[in-house]
Design a binder for this molecule. Structure first.
Ligand code: ZN
Length: 290
């Protein structure tokens, strides 16, 4: 029944959380929170389950799509397949929040597989093989890298803005703090993506951090999410991208407890699988794989 409904929605060109149930998708919706009728103006934010790492894909209401991070190297294939299953051959914006292997590992493969538009990376230095491979792939594709830092406007349209809130400084002792922090505002609804930015970087942000949906920093580590930061964000929904049984002990119990002071809508890719959050600019709908 569901599949018929989704095919119908597709036929009339409707996008939304419901796209999850396409035949080719690995995701079968088990849980659902919120409800509205998705239409072509729906923003769809996919928090793809890539184990221990981050991979966030966004279908924007203006028709553009964006990838923020691409998990570890072995996730590259899955991410490419996931995006192709959604029907895309181009990615308008690719953002590598910072050059750690659990964020850029699969990115070379994605850049090779799609026509990519603008690539943003922070001005951080890494000598890792993964990073060097990525730079090589970008060069081979004839693309340049745009520096991601506070104040960069990726999009500034009437009802849709995408702005970078961090990094604010030029130098950090911790590579995580170079993470591009991105705020996406669609109508009345905002999404905040924090990469692995930790307390040092997050505490420097002077711009408005308030957001309805928070992609929790650094896989839920206690070095990223502080009371002070959450008070500024005041999230209604939180998503933690984290691998089951990871050796880092992510997410920290203290982070979960802090988040619970703001919301009970806490989603984890280790428990819920891929999480998809839709918005029409007013309402929010959440679907999870399990
Ligand atoms: Zn990470």
């Amino acid at each position: 029944m569901k599949k018929i409904l989704f095919s119908l929605l597709l036929l009339i060109g409707v996008s939304g959380c419901t796209q999850l149930n396409l035949d080719t998708s690995k995701v079968d919706v088990q849980e659902k929170e919120g409800s509205f009728t998705p239409n072509e103006n729906t923003l769809v934010a996919h928090f793809i389950d890539v184990g221990q790492g981050d991979a966030n894909f966004l279908e924007l209401p203006n028709g553009d799509v964006m990838l923020i991070d691409a998990g570890i190297a072995s996730s590259g294939d899955d991410i490419v397949e996931y995006i192709k299953d959604l029907g895309y051959t181009d990615i308008d914006y690719v953002i590598a929040t910072h050059p750690h292997a659990d964020h850029i590992g699969g990115m070379s493969e994605v850049i090779e597989a799609f026509d990519v538009g603008t690539i943003y990376m922070p001005k951080a230095v890494s000598t890792s093989k993964t990073y060097e491979n990525l730079l090589e792939t970008i060069k081979e594709k004839g693309k340049s890298i745009h520096t991601g830092r506070e104040g960069v406007e990726v999009l500034n349209e009437d009802n849709l803005t995408i702005e970078m809130l961090a990094p604010v400084s030029e130098d950090y002792s911790n590579l995580n703090d170079y993470s591009i922090v991105l705020k996406i505002t669609y109508g009345d609804v905002s999404f905040l993506y924090t990469g692995d930015a930790e307390e040092t970087s997050l505490s420097e942000i002077t711009k408005d951090l308030s957001a309805d949906v928070l992609k929790v920093g650094h896989h839920g580590s206690d070095t990223s999410t502080t009371d002070e930061f959450l008070a500024k964000v005041n999230p209604s929904y939180a998503v933690i991208s984290v691998g089951e049984g990871n050796s880092y002990g992510h997410p920290a119990e203290s982070t979960i407890n802090l988040l619970k002071e703001y919301t009970n809508s806490i989603y984890r890719t280790d428990l819920n699988g891929t999480v998809v959050i839709c918005s029409d600019g007013v309402n929010i709908e959440v679907e999870t794989e399990r």
